[in-house]
Design a protein around this ligand. Structure first.
Ligand code: NOJ
Length: 564
């Protein structure tokens, strides 16, 4: 199956653009991918929720920003029990967000602007509103309808004890008991996330086939790639008796033996997906979300599987030269070994925005800070933004692809003081109000200070925007030379020339808490993590994350790109 190539990007104003050809099968290897969280991006119809037409309306902005692709978080029909990651119909658009025609128009507009489109696929679980889950609830234990999910009898005399000790990622048991049609308590079903997100049974060939159909459905509509939600959870050991899962610890050296996560059999599933991707010309791409240690992440990224997997190491790292350089080394090596290209991420819709993380004193507990409404410990916002800009400029100089999260190009901070009544994340309720969850990074974007809701849309947004968004709106930063928006534009414009090749050669560190590396053709990136100035690399400055106060000097918490 092949289809007409999408046009290449229109010329950008840096004059040095290396066009990403619409037919280049390797376009993703060095791409800048901008994550759109559709419900919080732009609201075209005034219902307070962002929508697909809103994304289309902002394609010129994205083109001017200089991104190569957008990744849309789920826009499918959903009761929003988990921000859209509870999908009721995998092959449709939520009517509140638009129609399939709107989707096609959005893809066409993005492609015309030279921007690829990646969609989120949520294969571990559906919504409890999915027709298959409704059918399963109405069906008998042991029926084919129940075999699409994971139903089990409870333990104890009356089946009143959950079938295993497995815990939901959002808190509490991973099992919920059903009620039979006659009103008596019935079997239990598995949900590794919210009860509204029942897990599929991936041992069932019908599930595998149906997801192939879904991948083809979107690929046929011109989608260029897929972001695969919780890729490491699909294969489970459901043999009786159900075994206890390992304690949840991201750094645990998983070896494929846990009953729930990162089992070796998961790779057969993704080899099947690769065969679907390769039916297309150019082949469709994918990136795995797999919260497993780096060495195992690389397995998902093999060319015979998804091709890329998120490397979340920098997102979790302290702001420290040694930590960053070790992570860069490790991940470039792993990517080379697996034949993937590395991915770099500092923010997404699941974590506290990096401008806020870097504003906290070393060792601060970020969850506690969020629970205090962003008051304890005190955040140094100026410092947070300075460091965020420096870290981003470093990330953008690395070989591989960079995943940016909407609003980081404005230097947005976490909205840490949302009122309890406004919180939507299931984490808040499921943790018995001990964890606030992820709403603070999902507040609708500020576009324009002269219109309601800072230009997000005509109605009150589904999460309230703080007054300080006025200082960071696009309309304020557009054309302001020192703004974060202009920094991103400058860096993305220059990056196309920088990303010719996947080389990186370390240079002598310019200071005790600084790093520097060379790329091809005289490109050098240096970052000073410390507060004392260090010598700047020789060459003409292409872009710097902050003011360079004196020639030959790289100030504290600043990154510079030079070219000799
Ligand atoms: C990972 C997604 O990024 C997150 O937002 C979601 O809650 C879980 N997967 C469950 O789908």
């Amino acid at each position: 199956m092949s289809e007409p190539a999408t046009p290449g990007p229109t010329a950008r104003d840096d004059g040095e653009l290396i066009a990403i050809d619409g037919t280049d099968p390797d376009w993703w290897r060095q791409a800048v991918v901008y994550q759109v969280y559709p419900r919080s991006f732009a609201d075209s119809n005034g219902d307070g929720l962002g929508d697909i037409a809103g994304v289309t309306s902002r394609v010129p902005y994205l083109q001017r920003l200089g991104v190569d692709a957008i990744w849309l978080s789920p826009f499918y029909p959903s009761a929003l029990a988990d921000g859209g990651y509870d999908v009721a119909d995998y092959r449709n658009v939520d009517p509140r967000l638009g129609t399939l025609d709107d989707f096609d128009a959005m893809v066409a507009a993005a492609h015309d602007a030279g921007i690829k489109v990646i969609v989120d696929i949520v294969p571990n679980h559906s919504s409890n509103d999915h027709a298959w889950f409704r059918e399963a609830l109405a069906a008998e234990p042991g029926s084919a309808a129940r075999e699409r999910y994971v139903f089990r009898d409870g333990l104890g005399d009356d089946g009143q004890i959950p079938p295993s000790t497995w815990q939901s990622n959002f808190g509490g048991s991973a099992w919920t008991r059903t009620t039979d049609p006659d009103g008596t308590p019935g079997q239990w079903y598995l949900h590794l996330f919210a009860p509204e997100q029942p897990d599929f049974n991936w041992a069932n060939p019908e599930i595998r086939e149906d997801f192939h159909t879904t991948l083809r459905f979107w690929a046929d509509r011109g989608v260029d790639g897929f972001r695969v939600d919780v890729a490491h959870a699909l294969a489970k050991d459901l043999s009786e008796p159900l075994r206890d899962a390992n304690p949840k610890d991201f750094d645990l050296p998983l070896d494929g033996s846990d009953p729930l996560y990162d089992r070796d059999e998961v790779h057969e599933i993704f080899s099947g997906w690769r065969r679907v991707f390769d039916e297309y010309d150019p082949p469709r791409t994918a990136v795995a979300e797999a919260w497993v240690p780096s060495a195992r992440v690389a397995l998902y990224a093999r060319p015979t599987e998804l091709g890329q997997a998120f490397n979340f190491d920098l997102l979790r790292a302290d702001f420290d030269a040694g930590t960053f350089s070790r992570i860069i080394d490790d991940n470039l090596r792993l990517a080379a070994e697996s034949g993937a290209s590395s991915t770099w991420v500092l923010s997404n819709h699941d974590v506290i925005r990096h401008a806020s993380r870097y504003a906290l004193p070393a060792g601060a507990d970020e969850e506690d800070w969020l629970m205090s409404g962003g008051t304890r410990p005190a955040a140094d916002e100026t410092r947070g933004l300075r460091r965020a800009r420096a870290a981003t400029l470093l990330l953008l100089a690395l070989p591989g692809s960079a995943y940016l999260y909407q609003g980081e190009e404005l230097g947005l901070r976490e909205v840490a003081d949302l009122r309890e009544g406004d919180l939507q994340d299931p984490v808040w309720v499921r943790s018995a109000h001990t964890r606030k969850g992820r709403d603070g990074c999902r507040v609708p974007l500020p576009w324009d200070t002269s219109t309601p809701a800072f230009g997000f849309g005509p109605a009150a947004p589904h999460l309230p925007q703080p007054a300080w968004f006025a200082d960071l709106a696009v309309s304020v930063q557009d054309g302001a030379p020192d703004s974060t928006l202009e920094l991103y534009r400058a860096a993305l414009g220059a990056r196309h020339a920088l990303q010719q090749g996947e080389d990186l050669r370390w240079l002598d560190a310019p200071g005790p808490d600084a790093i520097a590396f060379a790329r091809h053709d005289g490109w050098v990136c240096a970052m000073n993590f410390g507060t004392d100035p260090v010598p700047a690399p020789a060459g003409s400055v292409v872009v710097a994350s902050g003011p360079l106060t004196a020639a030959g000097v790289l100030p504290g918490e600043t990154t510079v790109w030079v070219r000799s």
